[in-house]
Design a protein around this ligand. Structure first.
Ligand SMILES: C[C@](O)(CO)[C@H](O)COP(=O)(O)OP(=O)(O)OC[C@H]1O[C@@H](n2ccc(N)nc2=O)[C@H](O)[C@@H]1O
Ligand SMILES: Nc1ncnc2c1ncn2[C@@H]1O[C@H](COP(=O)(O)OP(=O)(O)OP(=O)(O)O)[C@@H](O)[C@H]1O
Length: 284
């Protein structure tokens, strides 16, 4: 039985600017994505029956709603043989936490099944399929640290120095849709010129989310004692940027017990791609 194990890494939005709202309700934004060397773990195995199955940490998400299932179904028309797929999921990322776990699972599924079903689709084609599953899927499919524009699909790869992050989940769930439809969300930040330093940028969702969810504000106040801190995506996860693994670990070890967190370095290439490249080399 052919199988392939790949990570679905977390992403951070190092900043998130909202420039405008389009007629279809979606927002034009500018955001700097980086990947972390930490994420969900997925193992894909070809099966003889013509089904898509997911086992493991599926939580209370019905099969048909799982982005892994949706991604697999989207590749079905392209497969070369009538094989099914069994996905074993080990979830490490908080769902709906702003670290893109669902989108990353979807992208990793597209990358893996493209190989196992021999669909022969390019990254560009997979990203276009992925965009229909979620605005963040294309960046995970491309797998490079990137400045994203448009609704998140226009990507320019950038190289950033490796940094360490402590990411904290404040135990509240924030609905992305609810934030993007809120009347108080600022939607008119000027487009970037050139300076993407953390200090000169912001997350335009942060003030609103802090107001609606005081726990997020409390988390940021706590993290700011240790270094430059910010919320990722539409929350609720917040991160602090640090110089070393030790410094990040020290923050994690003093984390209050009512919050969850993890520590990881950033990487310019998604671990899903690094692992897929190693697997492809082994197949030769
Ligand atoms: C804000 C980010 O987290 C930044 O990384 C993402 O752009 C959100 O990506 P996502 O969770 O994959 O979002 P989607 O599932 O595509 O959209 C969820 C909801 O967010 C809103 N949405 C999302 C992306 C965008 N550019 N404009 C929007 O207005 C829409 O109301 C949409 O119904
Ligand atoms: N495999 C999956 N893993 C996590 N969430 C999933 C999955 N499949 C479907 N979902 C649904 O998608 C929603 C958003 O998931 P995700 O973890 O990507 O959100 P997020 O971290 O807030 O990402 P973003 O920053 O892209 O908004 C979840 O609330 C969940 O209901």
């Amino acid at each position: 039985m052919t199988s392939l194990s790949l990570m679905a890494p977390a992403k951070l939005n190092l900043f998130l600017h909202i420039n405008a709202q389009r007629a279809d309700g979606y927002h034009e934004l500018e955001t700097l994505f980086t990947f972390l060397e930490f994420g969900d773990e997925l193992t894909f195995s070809c099966t003889e029956h013509d089904k898509v199955e997911i086992i493991g940490d599926t939580g209370d998400i019905p099969l048909e709603d799982n982005l892994i299932y949706k991604a697999a179904l989207a590749l079905r028309p392209f497969r070369r043989a009538e094989t099914g797929i069994l996905v074993s999921l080990s979830k490490k990322l908080p769902m709906g936490g702003g670290v893109g776990g669902g989108s990353s699972d979807a992208a990793t599924t597209l990358l893996a099944i493209n190989q196992l079903w021999q669909c022969h689709l390019s990254l560009q084609e997979l990203a276009e399929i992925g965009l229909k599953l979620g605005a963040d899927v294309p960046v995970f499919v491309n797998g490079k640290t990137a400045l994203a524009q448009g609704v998140g699909e226009k990507l320019t790869a950038v190289k950033l120095p490796q940094r360490w992050f402590c990411v904290v989940f404040p135990s509240v769930h924030v609905s992305t849709g609810a934030i993007f439809t809120h009347p108080d969300l600022p939607r008119n930040t000027a487009k970037l010129t050139s300076d993407w330093q953390l200090a000169n940028t912001s997350n335009d969702c942060e003030a609103l989310v802090k107001k609606l969810y005081p726990e997020v504000e409390k988390t940021l106040v706590w993290l700011l004692k240790y270094g430059p801190s910010r919320m990722t995506g539409t929350g609720a996860c917040c991160f602090v940027e640090l110089d070393s693994a030790d410094a990040a670990q020290r923050v994690l070890s003093s984390l209050p017990s009512y919050w969850q967190g993890f520590v990881a370095p950033s990487t310019n290439i998604s671990p899903a791609h690094t692992q897929l490249d190693s697997w492809l080399k082994m197949q030769k």
